[in-house]
Design a protein around this ligand. Structure first.
Ligand code: HEC
Length: 131
């Protein structure tokens, strides 16, 4: 029984080890300070923001059970927050743009070259959604 949580914890990794791995590492570099090690919005810097960082494990739950991949990617790179002066989250697009591009198909029939790091991060977030 003791091994069960460990096994579950590794399940998402089994799907795409490399990408998930790099997504997790990027998350630890750029996001944990505010969003916390589990993405629940309780990082060490969260208290000083005057606004609670989102619980990133509940994005799908808040969206009727579907993980909004494109919306999440634009929240991360700052595109969808550009005109939101209340947003406390830094625009991370530039930091994530260095490195290779990968073709991302949002399902709209227009595969778009997208920073691979941004895709890896969004896929990592998808893998930590609670049911
Ligand atoms: C300086 C603190 C801070 C850092 C660093 C930060 N965030 Fe945020 N994040 C926030 C806050 C605060 C919000 C709540 C909305 C807002 O203020 O824009 C948020 C909102 C979000 C949302 C929107 C959630 C939703 O339900 O729509 C996503 C996705 C997100 N962050 C992902 C990330 C990722 C991934 C990283 C690292 C690459 C990151 N954040 C780094 C503070 C931060």
């Amino acid at each position: 029984m003791l091994a069960l949580p460990v096994t579950l914890g590794f399940l998402p990794m089994a799907c795409a080890p490399e990408r998930q791995g790099s997504g997790r590492a990027l998350f630890e570099t750029y996001c944990v300070s505010c969003h916390g090690p589990q993405g629940k919005g309780d990082g060490p810097a969260a208290g000083g923001l005057g606004k609670r960082p989102a619980d990133l494990t509940g994005i799908a739950a808040r969206n009727g059970g579907t993980f909004p991949m494109v919306r999440v990617m634009s929240a991360i790179d700052g595109y969808s927050r550009r005109n939101d002066r209340t947003s406390m989250m830094p625009e991370l697009g530039i930091a994530l743009q260095e490195g290779p591009l990968a073709v991302f198909d949002a399902g709209d029939g227009h595969p778009t070259p997208t920073p691979a790091k941004l895709i890896a991060l969004a896929e990592y977030l998808r893998s930590i959604q609670r049911p």
